[in-house]
Write a protein that binds this ligand. Structure first.
Ligand SMILES: [Zn+2]
Length: 178
């Protein structure tokens, strides 16, 4: 492994540690490839992570994401944030990623500058993003492996606004209600 890549890997480990500390997490989750949104969906009301829950229904089970502080203690008012249906989260990610693809030409100079910069991790992320967005077609359904590679976290605000923070530093806001 060359030295720059090694440095980038060290910085990535530090980033994950800082991330875990910030959100009080013990791990980043075990199945991050199959379930990359685990520990990456953050409540913008209280700062806690969202948990994935299943509502069992007769015809089809429904997956929803919910703030972990919503029902923390009996008799104590929990966080007032709402539910986020997984299908809406997935749709929002698809829209955010397509927005990045559409804005590629405008963002490219910044990524190229970052790719030549002093921070080996940011440089790596910028090169990766340039590669992943080159000749890419619009995403039509969620690609969880791509989510695992590019998403840093997503803030869920009240009233359907979700802000995706990508590992290269790009932020895209999506209004689920639109
Ligand atoms: Zn909350």
């Amino acid at each position: 492994m060359d030295e720059t890549l090694w440095k980038a890997a060290q910085l990535e480990m530090q980033r994950r540690e800082a991330y875990r500390e910030r959100y009080g997490l013990r791990t980043m989750g075990r199945y991050t490839d199959e379930q990359p949104f685990s520990n990456r969906v953050i409540c913008a009301v209280c700062g806690n992570v969202f948990w994935r829950r299943t509502w069992y229904r007769e015809y089809a089970d429904i997956k929803v994401w919910q703030c972990g502080k919503r029902y923390r203690e009996k008799g104590v008012a929990g966080c007032c944030s709402g539910n986020l249906h997984e299908k809406d989260l997935h749709k929002a990610f698809v829209r955010a990623w397509n927005e990045i693809l559409d804005g590629r030409d405008a963002r490219l100079p910044e990524w190229e500058k970052q790719a030549r910069g002093d921070d080996p991790l940011l440089a790596f992320r910028a090169r990766q993003t340039i590669e992943l967005t080159a000749d890419a077609c619009h995403m039509t359904r969620i690609d969880l492996r791509l989510v695992a590679r590019v998403l840093e976290h997503v803030d869920v605000h009240p009233a359907g606004l979700v802000s995706f923070h990508f590992l290269d530093g790009t932020q895209v806001d999506i209004n689920c209600g639109e």
